[in-house]
Design a protein around this ligand. Structure first.
Ligand code: HEM
Length: 458
């Protein structure tokens, strides 16, 4: 039975709840982001549903979304089979340690900059090689190896060899294409994993995780052998040191370390790569934006040296391109689900303990009601006022509150350096007669349908 004052929503059927209606709406609209937007148009910005046995609330409008992000009662992570089967049956909770490590790198800007600049040089080198050939690149995944290598360096302290990179890259691409952030059939109907483990996605889910965990375990084994014998940076060496120094009962364990590395890879890879896909999609569709950014880079830096992170304030238009692309990307995403830790309220409705809350960032980043004029139009200037950067309150692609993304500084710095450096060096154009389309593909995070770009040296 529906709890009293539970948010309004579609009718619940026995056993499946609203799953069938949601599935049909999802099919009709193409993405879950648009399907839950439609639900919000019908029932209001907080929609109550039941998927299988789970009470699930979809949150759309910016007011309700921000209330969700700010409430401690509502900021648990799901503890169902979907969450625990990847982390050895346990919940992972070591955000603090990861944050500390990332902050260390963020604060030591020179270290971060050195890592990112090296990757940018490698991207430029690869593109130049393509120009010697036919100048055509796949603009949606040209960067993915380099993004992954940056995360590998953060994790282990070192770059990844070619063969190992191929192994990790394949596993990460499978992850991005086959796993949805909102859960899979087996997470809504857990008994299906015993009846049809292939059909309900359970086998795929477990096997991809096994491949990534096996990769990380191999790295841990290697790093353990040299732990203490030479100075090393990176999350795993820091964690191993911590494990050696803590005495007695502690939340630090090797399993937690593996799960946190897994989070670092899956949260950082797909999101950064896909945002870059949106950047280059819109740069091809709007050559005038590309030219204006190049003029800014030319007048501020010229061509004598590569852009640095210090240049971010001096290149506000390039920064605006990054922000507008983040808006376009996250505006199509459903964020990591949350769980009500105790009975609570949202937008005046009752939210029972254990309810899953699914925020749709579209209502805050890609909807007129959140103050965005002509929200579907790519317009970097919306972040500019009197020649300076001006960021509206509703621009929260990295979320806010206690669960806020831990990789925001890294992601923004990385995307900025790649965009500024590539526009300084190259021109990007559509292939004659086939401009890319804004075709969204659902995966772990939203991406644009793969497209090619023609690159020339400036
Ligand atoms: C364009 C790039 C990125 C975007 C738009 C993005 C956005 C987000 C969002 C919206 C969340 C959910 C927060 C919530 O539930 O309220 C999140 C969580 C997270 N992000 Fe990112 N992220 C990006 C890149 C990264 C990178 C590069 C890393 C790692 C280096 C990272 C690590 C994480 C982790 C570990 C979490 C989970 C935090 C938790 O469970 O409390 N992200 N991110």
């Amino acid at each position: 039975r529906k709890p009293n004052n539970f948010p309004p929503g579609p009718k619940w059927l026995p056993i499946i709840g609203c799953a069938w209606e949601l599935r049909n709406l999802h099919k009709e609209k193409g993405t879950l982001s648009e399907a839950t937007q439609e639900l919000a148009a019908k029932y209001g910005s907080v929609v109550g549903a039941k998927v299988g046995r789970k009470l699930t609330v979809f949150v759309y409008g910016s007011k309700a979304y921000k209330e969700l992000l700010s409430k401690d009662d509502l900021n648990g992570r799901p503890d169902d089979i979907f969450a625990t089967s990847r982390t050895f049956g346990k919940r992972r909770e070591q955000k603090k340690f990861l944050m500390h490590q990332l902050k260390e790198i963020g604060f030591h800007k020179a270290v971060l900059e050195e890592i990112l600049a090296e990757q940018v040089r490698a991207i430029i080198h690869d593109i130049k090689k393509t120009i010697d050939d036919d100048g055509v690149i796949c603009a949606t995944n040209f960067f993915s190896v380099h993004i992954l290598d940056t995360l590998h360096i953060l994790m282990t302290g070192d770059t990844c060899g070619d063969e190992e990179m191929e192994e990790l890259h394949k596993a990460m691409n499978s992850f991005a294409a086959n796993i949805l952030i909102t859960g899979m059939l087996f997470s809504h109907f857990p008994f299906l994993r015993y009846i049809c483990p292939d059909y309900c996605g359970y086998n795929t889910y477990v096997n991809i995780h096994k491949r990534i965990i096996a990769f990380i375990s191999k790295k841990v084994k290697m790093l353990k052998e040299i732990c203490g014998s030479q100075p090393s940076r990176g999350f795993i060496p820091a964690y191993l040191e911590k494990l050696n120094s803590v005495k007695g009962k502690s939340s630090f364990s090797e399993e937690q370390m593996l799960a946190t590395c897994l989070d670092l890879l899956v949260a950082g890879f797909d999101s950064t790569c896909n945002t870059l896909g949106f950047v280059f999609l819109y740069l091809l569709l709007h050559p005038e934006v590309q030219e204006r950014a190049q003029e800014e880079i030319e007048s501020v830096i010229g061509r004598g040296r590569p852009p640095t992170l210090e240049d971010r304030t001096r290149l506000p238009y390039v920064e605006c391109i990054v922000l507008e692309s983040l808006r376009m990307f996250m505006g199509r995403a459903l964020v990591v689900p949350r769980r009500a830790m105790k009975d609570s309220t949202l937008n005046g409705y009752f939210i029972p303990k254990g309810t899953i809350l699914q925020g749709n960032a579209r209502g805050t980043l890609l909807d007129e009601s959140a103050g965005w004029e002509n929200p579907e139009a790519f317009n970097p200037e919306r972040f500019m006022k009197d020649g300076a950067l001006c960021i509206p309150d509703n621009f929260i692609p990295f979320s806010s509150g206690r669960r806020r993304c831990v990789g925001d500084i890294l992601a923004r710095s990385n995307i900025f350096l790649i965009v500024a450096s590539l526009l300084q060096t190259f021109n990007f154009r559509s292939l004659p007669g086939s401009p890319p389309k804004v075709d969204i593909v659902e995966g772990f995070t939203p991406s644009v349908k793969p497209f090619k770009a023609f690159v020339t040296l400036r």
